[in-house]
Design a protein around this ligand. Structure first.
Ligand code: 5GP
Length: 115
């Protein structure tokens, strides 16, 4: 049986709407539907991969690329005072969507440690 598409794959495929911030041929940034800060944007690769637990040495180039893309998104959003980048992995990590994503949170003072 073919696994069901994740909600993020459906956004990539244009089946459900999202408020896009930036995109290129490999990566997509869009606003989180349930923001936890005044700015809360998700950055995803357009290819399907569940989480950082699934990467290996062959993924190093695009992983470097997505880090630079995250920097570009933060600059585009004007987060000059700083921001936080988070990726949740698996159930203990609090991951709810099984497609690798990085949260960019900003425009408020964030606390440490997170809950
Ligand atoms: P996770 O908990 O997996 O780290 O983060 C998943 C994030 O996806 C959550 O912050 C959640 O609000 C967001 N999210 C879930 N469904 C949708 C959706 O349909 N559209 C958008 N824009 N964000 C979503």
């Amino acid at each position: 049986m073919t696994p069901a598409k994740t909600i993020f794959k459906r956004i990539i495929d244009g089946e459900i709407p999202a408020k896009i911030v930036l995109e290129n041929e490999r990566f997509l940034a869009f606003h989180d539907v349930s923001p936890q800060a005044p700015v809360h944007v998700l950055v995803i690769p357009k290819h399907e991969i569940v989480s950082l637990a699934d990467v290996g040495p062959a993924d190093a180039a695009w992983l470097g690329g997505i880090m630079v893309f995250i920097r570009d998104v933060a600059e585009h959003l004007g987060l000059s005072k700083g921001y936080r980048v988070v990726t949740n992995i698996g159930s203990d990590g609090g991951q709810s969507v099984p497609h690798l994503h990085f949260h960019i949170l900003g425009q408020r003072q964030l606390q440490w440690p997170p809950g």
